[in-house]
Write a protein that binds this ligand. Structure first.
Ligand SMILES: Nc1ncnc2c1ncn2[C@@H]1O[C@H](COP(=O)(O)OP(=O)(O)OP(=O)(O)O)[C@@H](O)[C@H]1O
Length: 263
């Protein structure tokens, strides 16, 4: 059973994670389990801590407390080096190399198989551009090159920070198709977005706000639980519920705060 403690280890298990960046506490005791082989969406307003959480999972974030276990190992530890792929918001490929040259380079660094380069190019639908310099590509094409690089070596966990930003609707649909095919073949995916309409494409959703997890459920559970028609409505309903519980009801401050957070 999925929820049994004896079941297959989750892709990610986080307990009491605390992160401070600069002078601010960004994550204050966050608990989370991410199952294997699913497309899990991480949603929440800008600045709520999505990237900080992803950095902690990948093992590049200094943490103040708590534990982050990835595929049964401490986040960032050596055995995970080739098992976790991370795509940041900024494209991380070389402008003065072609797509194929970039991927050939990263393949060698990773020690992945030769065939991986063409496989990654095909998976991200970049075949017809593979010989072009990255500097000559559009924003969407560039972000797909970063994604292709993350697919090299077939990592067990893919952590993707807003991979669909700047992509046209058709490409977004295609990419979500790719994410699900990867999940079907056993890869675990954690994908952040602040486009709420992408939420329904995920197997599971984590809604974050102010460094805390507001909800962790399937899209259907979330809609049933809140009675909302879509993910955005569910998010608002959860925020309202939380405010009703924690704040003095009916103050102008509540309304202002709520409005600010979701726009
Ligand atoms: N290098 C840094 N030093 C200090 N504070 C930081 C740093 N990077 C981010 N922060 C702060 O940490 C908080 C969380 O940022 P984070 O990037 O995790 O949010 P996010 O949910 O990913 O936002 P977005 O959707 O805009 O990418 C923000 O308040 C941000 O200002």
């Amino acid at each position: 059973m999925m929820n049994s403690p004896d079941a297959v280890e989750p892709a990610v298990a986080i307990e009491g994670l605390r992160v401070r960046r600069g002078r601010a506490d960004i994550l204050h005791g966050l608990d989370l389990r991410i199952p294997r082989g699913q497309v899990v969406g991480l949603l929440g307003p800008s600045g709520c801590g999505k990237t900080t959480l992803m950095r902690s999972i990948v093992g590049v974030q200094r943490v103040k407390g708590g534990t982050v276990t990835v595929l049964g190992q401490p986040a960032g530890s050596a055995p995970l080096r080739h098992r976790v792929g991370y795509v940041t918001q900024a494209a991380s490929v070389y402008d003065d190399l072609t797509i194929r040259q970039n991927l050939a380079y990263f393949r060698r660094v990773l020690g992945a198989g030769r065939a991986d380069v063409e496989r990654a190019i095909a998976a991200t639908d970049l075949e017809e551009h593979a010989g072009r310099l990255v500097s000559a590509l559009s924003g969407g094409q560039r972000s797909r090159v970063s994604l292709a690089a993350a697919l090299l070596g077939s990592p067990d966990l893919l952590v993707l920070d807003e991979p669909t930003v700047g992509l046209d609707p058709l490409l977004r649909v295609e990419l979500w198709g790719l994410f699900h095919r990867l999940a079907d073949s056993g890869t675990s995916l954690l994908i952040s977005s602040h486009v709420m309409d992408e939420a329904t494409r995920c197997d599971r959703l984590i809604l974050m706000r102010d460094g805390a997890v507001l909800a962790d459920a399937t899209p259907d559970e979330l809609l049933a639980e809140t009675g909302a028609a879509d993910a955005e409505g569910a998010f608002l309903a959860l925020l309202r519920r939380r405010h009703a519980r924690h704040a003095l009801p009916g103050t102008d401050e509540d309304a202002a705060d709520l409005g600010e957070d979701v726009r």
